[in-house]
Every structure is written in C-alpha cells, then in structure tokens.
Design a binder for this molecule. Sequence first.
Ligand SMILES: NC(=O)c1ccc[n+]([C@@H]2O[C@H](COP(=O)([O-])OP(=O)(O)OC[C@H]3O[C@@H](n4cnc5c(N)ncnc54)[C@H](OP(=O)(O)O)[C@@H]3O)[C@@H](O)[C@H]2O)c1
Length: 355
Amino acid sequence: MLTLVISASSLLLVFCGFYFAKTSKEMPKNWYELKTEIRYQYIGIVGLIHDFMYRSRDRVALYKQPGRVAVITGGNRGIGLRVAEKLLACDITVILGVRDPKSAEAAVTSVVDLASSGGKLICEALDIGDLTSVKEFADKVKAQFNKIDLLINNAGIMFAPFKLTADGYESHFATNYLGHFLLTHLLMPELKAAGKEGQNSRIVNISSCAHLIGRINYKDINGLKLYYPGTAYSQSKLAQVLFTRHLQAILDAESAHVQVNAVHPGIVDTDLFEHSATTAVPFVKKLVFKTPEQGSRTVVFAAIDAKVEGRGGSYLSNGGLGQIHRDAKNPEKCEQLFKFSCELLKIKDFGSGKI
Ligand SMILES: NC(=O)c1ccc[n+]([C@@H]2O[C@H](COP(=O)([O-])OP(=O)(O)OC[C@H]3O[C@@H](n4cnc5c(N)ncnc54)[C@H](OP(=O)(O)O)[C@@H]3O)[C@@H](O)[C@H]2O)c1
C-alpha cells in the first residue's frame, strides 16, 4: 500500500513539474509560495464547482435602455468585449477605455453590428496602470458627457512578473485597483448626475474569487521584499472588494443615487491566464472554464438587472451573492484601505472629481 502511495505521489510530482515548467508561470521557490499555490488550486477548484452548480442561475435579461451611457475599462477582448456587446445590444452608448483604440474598435465591430444598436461606440486611449493616462481619459469622457450611468471597472492582469509602473506602484496593484480607484473618483460627479430615484447609476468592480486568499500588505504594498505574482493578484482583487464596501457606505451616507458592487465573473477561458500553468493544458480550459460570453453575464447583471437595484455593496457571483473575505465584513478594514488609497493619490475629497 505504502509503495503504491509513494509511487502515485512521485508520479504526481513529476507531472506537476512538467506541467509548470512548460509555461511562463513563476515556479514557487519557497514554502510560502507553495502554500499560496496550493490555496489558489483549492479556490480555483471550488470556483469551478460553483460555476457548474449555479450555471442555471447565471443569466441576464437584456432590455433596451437608449440614452444611457457606460464606461468600460478594457473591453477589447475577453470578458469586457462581451460586456460591451451586451450593453450595445441594450442600445447603451459604450465608451471603451483601451490601450489601442483602433484595434479595440475593430474587435467590437467584429462581434457587434453597430448599425443595429441604438447606442454608439466610442474608443478612447487609456492605460489604467498609468495615473496620468487615467486623468487624461477621464477628461476626455467628461468633455463629451455630463452624465454617466454605468462604470465597469474591468481591465486587469494576473500573475504578471514583477514590474513597477511609471508612478512607482506594483503592476497588479496599479492596474487592477489604484487606477480604477482614481477613475471612479474622477467620474463620480457624472455618475451622481445620472442617478435618480429608482434608477441608481452603477459601478461594477470586477474582482475575483482570488480575493478570498488576499491580504493587504500595508508595510510593503508593492511586494518589494517578498514578491509572488499570485499574492500580488489576490491583494489587488481584495482591494477592489474592500473599496466597493466602503464606497457604498459613503454613497449611502450621502443618499447618492449611485451604487457599487463587486463581481466574480466565474473561471473564464481568456488571455488572463497567459502566465498560468493552465496554458499547458488548453483543452482543460475549453472543457471546464466558462466562455467569455458566460463570464460577462454576472457583470451585466450587476450593471442593469432590476433585482440588483438598491443593493449596492454586494459581492456577486453566478447571478447571486458570493462568499466574501472576512476583512470585507469589517468596516474599519475597508475604511483603512480607502484612506490609504486617498493618501497615495492625494485625494482630499473623494467623489469631487478633483485632485
Ligand atoms: N478570466 C477569469 O477567469 C477571471 C476570473 C476572475 C476575475 N477576472 C477579472 O475579469 C477582468 C477581465 O479579465 P479577462 O478574463 O477578460 O482578461 P483578458 O482577456 O486578459 O482581458 C484583460 C483586459 O484588460 C485590459 N488591460 C490590461 N491591462 C491594461 C492596462 N494597463 N490599461 C488598459 N487596459 C488594460 C486588456 O487590454 P489589452 O488588450 O490592451 O491588454 C484586456 O482588455 C479582470 O479584472 C480579471 O481580473 C477574470
């Protein structure tokens, strides 16, 4: 029996070594990184089971909403592209903030017949990981629209090798979280102007089930001392959930007609996994992951469904409530990150749209 267990374990180890080595994934180098890896495998499998169990609940009904305006970061591929497709089908005008506006326009027009939509498509340059670019993008949006109904904070990276942005922030923290925090602040006056009684304007922060294993490392937010891509990703995704919770508390206190939710889109077969070991087994992704269209459903549900009206501050997954990190249930922890982010960005009055 013992021989059998040892042989099976050795075979598994050889398989795992082969599996990781074939990809651009950073291999765990110590116990801490291996533990992170094991936790990722665990939440990934739980996520896949959840997606399968709740697949019949994961639906969104599209309806016409001419005259409304949505801003989506990313949106040239993956989940964001399918979100744009659905919103355009609702006759909503869609502004994509993308790194390459020309190719983004080509990507959207390859899946959407714009002539059949009552909404317009506008593509503007945005590098969400660059704070100057975020300010320039917000200025361009504000110059064209004084009301914004939907802000979908979608753009993201996962498991990228260590890199500091031009502003000196670790790339996951800057791209997935801080850039979106700033964009939300800058567009808040237009979001407030669009919301009304019974029809809140809505912010959707696309987070991830990976937030569940996240920790905000205030002493070393950029991971300079101990960087592991999985840790950087889960920190940024937890930051989005804590931000969602505190921002909703602020909006409630102001009685603003704006609501904000975080969403886990499911485990979705997109380019996000480029630095993941799953690139070695693409057939597995095709078989068990959601398609980008399926991944867009809960995002659009959070953005337009009547059942979500007045239910800000939630974390949604597969068309219902998902499990959240214990820190996200603690208002003080949510406020701590919020204040920390305002200090980093020198924001004195969040939501004023001014720096
Ligand atoms: N796929 C999943 O299983 C999964 C699970 C949980 C959460 N999510 C979240 O869902 C969101 C969308 O991911 P996805 O799966 O659709 O990934 P994807 O196919 O890789 O798309 C990522 C999008 O983000 C954009 N982006 C990345 N860095 C950017 C930057 N600095 N400035 C502007 N845009 C940038 C990309 O634009 P470029 O083409 O210019 O690179 C692309 O449009 C992410 O926030 C991700 O964390 C995904």
